[in-house]
Design a protein around this ligand. Structure first.
Ligand SMILES: [Zn+2]
Length: 206
């Protein structure tokens, strides 16, 4: 009888240890995921003040938003880049976002942009300005759309969703931009960016 009791106790202790071990691992994983995930929803009520979000706005009558909003957070994510920014976005007409890319390039960040060939010459397009400042831009060469809207920052963070870099997307449309540091997802997006970067090399490189 004592022997049976001993075995039962052993089994109980072992299952408890096993349970605690998996509970710990699950909690760790959940916390990790929470730390690095965010969703930016648009439209914002007002356009964010670029100066406020990347340095300091000294204007007392600034007409742009100093509230914590989605564009402001996007400014900050891009501005915090230290090594690389890989942009793969269908339409880029927002001057402030183009400015942040140019500033990043000027402080030594490698900036690469992939966009749709038919959006390069639309009114307000920032592509020629980016090119003239030295940003490497490549486009598809097809009547189908290069329709992605994602950015990889420092190979550590991706922002992906429906958000084109346009004024209409910022203050008009319903849009989302998922931000994550999930390494598996980052690798998938990095691979896709590299594939497209190579694919668009010959035809439309600057
Ligand atoms: Zn301001």
């Amino acid at each position: 009888m004592w022997q049976t009791l001993g075995i039962l106790t052993g089994v109980c202790v072992f299952s408890e240890i096993l349970y605690q071990f998996y509970a710990y691992r699950f909690r760790r994983r959940a916390t990790k995921a929470e730390e690095y995930t965010e969703v930016l929803f648009f439209p914002d009520q007002k356009v964010a003040c670029i100066k406020h979000f990347i340095s300091e706005c000294e204007s007392e009558s600034c007409s742009f938003s100093h509230e914590e909003n989605s564009l402001g957070k996007l400014f900050r994510y891009l501005h915090q880049a230290q090594n690389s920014i890989d942009v793969c976005v269908f339409v880029i007409t927002c001057k402030d976002l183009a400015d942040i890319l140019i500033q990043a390039l000027e402080r030594g960040v490698r900036v690469r942009v992939i966009t749709d060939c038919e959006q390069v010459d639309i009114p307000g397009s920032q592509i020629w300005r980016l090119r003239s400042k030295g940003v490497a831009v490549r486009t598809d060469d097809s009547s189908f759309f290069m329709h992605h809207k994602f950015v990889i920052i420092d190979n550590k963070k991706i922002l992906n969703g429906s958000f084109n870099w346009t004024r209409q997307a910022i203050t008009g449309n319903q849009e989302n931009l998922l931000v994550t540091s999930d390494p598996k997802l980052i690798n998938l997006y990095k691979d896709r960016f590299s594939t497209l970067w190579q694919q668009y090399k010959v035809k439309k490189d600057q």
